[in-house]
Design a protein around this ligand. Structure first.
Ligand code: NAP
Length: 484
């Protein structure tokens, strides 16, 4: 099945940090895929901007290399690739200096959407925003895109919001959380709000608990210096896991549009209870035969930063009172596996013999690998021999259900960049959401800093520290397996 692609309006997209890792690995390969899919109109342009002096031709060579390396199979279509590269231009600019800005102002076209991707360190957001205005480059409709990390606590997030607000209205600011751009995450909303089946069960009468797992197999590798000042809570929970939790837990918005969805997400964050110390488990991966420990990789032998965290969270409202939300994320775990699992309660009474607890309905929403949704239901094992029950998933794997190898499904960055051009903020974080998320996160971090909490060591390739297993075991529950 070939998906329907609606071209977006003509645009000039300037990528500050256009020579950086994110631009070469994600943004430009993503734009190339949209170009190939026919979504970029003929006069759309992408302008890379960074301090390095080079001309447009050298920039195209650099991006060609990036797309060939990171663009997957489609990058072998050399005709399309060369046509795409012709859309690229480059301007040498220092975000904190004055050179290059007049040139950029001169090449921006009137009458097309103007978007500015700040793919640079957050300390440059202010200087960029200021100069875009000083030189008359950003008009009233211009959009800016910013990346995580959006602050490292409430205070710094507020300061960043204020910096951006000095030059742009909230409707112009697109804070990316690429988890929200995933096909499955949107499908979660389609499943919840497009079917009559689930919403009546989506509450503390029928849901026993919810698990959100984002497991990675990689360590901190080259990012050790940055990561050691951040840790799993700031790097993953405050943003990605929190966003997933909001979408799972929010009330039905009155319409699927930005303000309504973001209002409902914000209410969830406000309703999160403070987390008790014994509902938090932090871990750090140890060395193993093949690889260094976290501390070695981070270059900090006395580091107390967590590369793993598990939290038992609770939402204080009528829908979710008493339902635990278990969140867990970590590096160097058994498999690359991200899943939201809604685990329903046991039957009130079973008419069958045997262990009824084994037969729980679970709605599993897989973000990676193999994006899709499974609803585990109990059926009779086929064949003679009496009534034996088994659990089987009703499988909605997108790759098989929606297109040959899932090729037509855009990846998160592609979708989100096209949403910026369309002016659709539904899948982006609003400033007040980010601040509320930090307001919940800050006391948790302050708590373990006060207690001088030392993360528990765990073996690379495991499911994290044993204490994380106990977080559920002591309540008669168990984590779902981490498997690739
Ligand atoms: P990077 O590889 O270090 O690239 C930084 C870019 O900024 C380069 O193009 C650099 O080029 C440019 N730059 C630095 N100082 C500048 C200045 N004063 N004026 C203009 N340009 C300047 O970083 P990155 O990994 O691409 O990350 C960019 C941002 O996205 C960071 O905030 C990062 O936290 C965030 N992010 C990255 C990823 C990822 O996967 N890489 C994921 C999520 C979020 P010149 O040196 O030529 O100026």
């Amino acid at each position: 099945m070939v998906s329907r692609v609606i071209p977006v309006e003509p645009f000039d997209l300037v990528i500050f940090g256009g020579t950086g890792d994110l631009a070469r690995r994600k943004i430009l390969p993503g734009l190339f895929r949209r170009f190939r899919a026919g979504q970029m109109p003929p006069d759309a342009r992408v302008i890379g901007a960074a301090r390095t002096e080079m001309d447009a031709s050298a920039y195209r060579d650099m991006i060609r290399d990036g797309i060939l390396k990171f663009g997957g199979e489609e990058s072998r279509d050399s005709e399309s690739l060369e046509a795409f590269l012709q859309r690229l231009d480059y301007v040498a600019i220092d975000a904190t200096g004055e050179g290059g800005w007049q040139h950029l102002a001169g090449i921006m076209r009137p009458g097309v959407v103007r978007a500015f991707y700040f793919s640079v360190a957050p300390s440059l957001f202010g200087p960029l925003a200021e100069r875009l205005h000083q030189h008359g480059i950003a008009d009233q409709e211009a959009r800016i895109v910013v990346e995580k990390p959006f602050g490292r606590d409430l205070e710094s997030a507020r300061a960043l919001n204020q910096t951006l607000a000095a030059h742009f209205r909230e409707e112009q600011i697109y804070r990316i959380d690429h988890y929200l751009g995933k096909e499955t995450v949107q499908n979660l909303m389609a499943v919840r709000f497009g079917n009559v089946l689930f919403e009546p069960l989506w509450n503390n009468h029928y849901v026993d608990h919810i698990q959100i797992t984002v497991a990675e197999t990689v360590g901190v590798e080259g990012r050790g210096g940055y990561y050691d000042k951040s840790g799993a809570m700031r790097d993953m929970v405050q943003n990605h896991l929190m966003q997933l939790l909001c979408l799972i837990a929010m009330e039905p918005p009155f319409r699927f549009e930005a303000a309504a969805v973001r209002d409902e997400k914000l209410k969830v964050i406000h309703a999160l209870k403070p987390v008790l110390a014994h509902h938090i488990v932090r871990g750090q991966y140890d060395a193993d035969g093949d690889g260094p420990s976290y501390r070695e990789e981070a270059g900090n032998p006395r580091s107390f930063t967590e590369s793993f965290i598990a939290i038992r969270a609770e939402i204080a409202n009528w829908r979710w009172a008493g339902v635990p939300f278990y969140l867990r994320t970590g590096k160097k775990l058994r498999a690359r596996h991200s899943e939201i699992a809604v685990v329903f309660k046991d039957l009130p009474h079973t008419i069958f013999e045997g262990d009824q607890a084994r037969h729980r309905n679970i709605l599993s929403i897989r973000l990676q690998p193999n994006e899709g949704i499974d609803l585990f239901v109990t059926i009779k094992e086929p064949g003679p021999g009496g009534m034996r029950l088994i659990d089987r998933p009703l499988d909605m794997t997108f790759a098989t259900a929606l297109g040959e190898d899932g090729k037509d499904v855009p990846d998160a960055y592609e979708r989100l960049i096209m949403d910026v051009i369309r002016g659709n903020q539904t899948l982006f974080m609003r400033g007040d959401e980010v601040e509320a998320a930090w307001a919940w996160t800050d006391p948790i971090i302050a708590g373990w800093e006060r207690r001088n909490d030392v993360p528990k060591l765990y073996d690379p390739g495991s499911s994290g520290p044993d204490d994380a297993l106990m977080l559920l075991h002591r309540e008669g529950r168990r984590w779902r397996d981490i498997r690739g």
